[in-house]
Write a protein that binds this ligand. Structure first.
Ligand code: XIL
Length: 371
């Protein structure tokens, strides 16, 4: 091939390189510019904005997005009891430690999740050597050892803990969930868990965390529990609204009533696991039905935008009691709602899409200044 035939090719490659350089430069400038602000910057005067993470999110494009947008993280699974202490006295710290180091290195706060739950709890804790249920004394001792060890390890690094998760029954005719904790200890395990956590780290803020916290019947049950803890002098600082919400609920009135009700006890509120499913709330696991569409239509997106706008408007109004807002997962690329409760049904609950690009709802959440 002659030089003459190569010249156009060369000049085309040069132009492409030039364009690429300009794009990279423009992006770098945008990243430096004060106008390029993430959620965490826009909400600086309100509350930290958090996200639930797994180890796989801590490198590559997701890590970059975390650093730009969020200033608080929660381990999605790595600090749960079954993950941390799979066998009695055998502690697995690697994943939780890596999450903590990522946070420390990047100046990000950490919420701990969680210390006592009926799920993702190892079976050994409830059983004696004979395979039978242990006594209340033994179970509380094991709970104490677990909580003391974990809270101590991350003392000063975790500023708030979900101490007890989901202890209230979904059936409004029952009060506490009929879990193994309840069967063996009665309701005492709740107060004890808070006492153990407080003794291990008196500076950490301690939360009771649950879902459907704004449905009136469940709200009243949770209120009753929190009031009884406060009356007994149990060291509880606040209530976590998991906020696994949907286009249907909560409405603005229910959200406001819940915030008012719990905060009337002098408690703080953290939004601990926020996502906005495009489907009505369900809890029992099932497979996706063949006739079920999981397309994110423009209509669904518009409803999601309106819902996100409403809830953030309310959060901002209550900034004196709301001390953190955490999303459960980073983007629609991966959400636990793709498997739960309906296996194989795609969901689109977050502010970033599969390519980690901001969705319409994102702009609605950050552009509130002139409204
Ligand atoms: C979920 C995780 O996101 C999933 O990866 C895991 O398989 C199950 O647990 N309420 C909670 C969270 O308190 O810990 C749950 O997290 C979601 C519901």
């Amino acid at each position: 091939m002659s030089r003459a035939t190569n010249f156009p090719k060369l000049s085309r490659s040069l132009s492409i390189c030039f364009l690429l350089l300009i794009t990279i430069y423009a992006q770098a400038q945008r990243a430096k510019s004060p106008h390029h602000q993430g959620l965490k910057d826009v909400y600086k005067k309100y509350f930290p904005i958090g996200v639930a993470v797994a180890l796989r999110n801590l490198h590559g494009d997701e890590a970059q997005l975390i650093k730009t947008q969020f200033n608080s993280i929660t381990a999605e699974n790595a600090m749960k009891m079954a993950a941390i202490q799979p066998k009695e006295g055998v502690f697995y710290w690697k994943d939780a430690d890596s999450i903590i180091s990522f946070a420390v290195k990047n100046g990000i706060k950490v919420r701990g999740h969680n210390l006592c739950w009926h799920e993702q709890t190892p079976d050994w804790i409830f059983k004696g050597a004979d395979g039978k249920a242990v006594t209340k004394t033994v179970l509380l001792q094991r709970l104490k050892t677990h909580i003391t060890t974990v809270v101590n390890r991350y003392k000063g690094k975790i500023y708030a803990w979900d101490v007890v998760n989901e202890a209230i029954d979904d059936n409004p005719n029952h009060f506490l969930r009929d879990s193994k904790w309840y069967q063996i200890c009665g309701e005492d395990f709740i107060a004890k868990a808070f006492e153990y956590a407080h003794a291990a780290d008196p500076a950490a803020k301690l939360y009771y965390n649950d879902y459907n916290t704004e449905r009136p019947e469940k709200r009243e049950q949770i209120y009753r529990l929190l009031k009884s803890l406060k009356d007994k002098g149990v060291p509880v600082d606040g209530v976590g609204f998991q906020a696994h919400w949907s286009l249907q609920e909560p409405d603005e009135g229910a959200l406001r009533s819940a915030i008012e009700r719990y905060s009337s006890l002098g408690l703080k509120i953290q939004i601990t696991e926020l996502d906005l499913s495009i489907y009505p709330w369900e809890i029992s696991k099932r497979m996706k039905r063949p006739d079920e569409s999981d397309v994110f239509t423009a209509e669904l997106e518009n409803r999601q935008v309106a819902k996100y706008a409403m809830i953030f408007k309310v959060f901002r109004e209550y900034k004196n009691v709301i001390t953190n807002v955490t999303f459960w997962n980073i983007s629609d690329r991966y959400s636990w709602l793709n498997e739960f409760p309906v296996m194989g049904r795609k969901n689109y609950p977050l502010l970033f899409d599969r390519n980690l690009q901001p969705k319409k709802a994102y702009w609605e959440v950050i552009n509130f200044k002139n409204k």
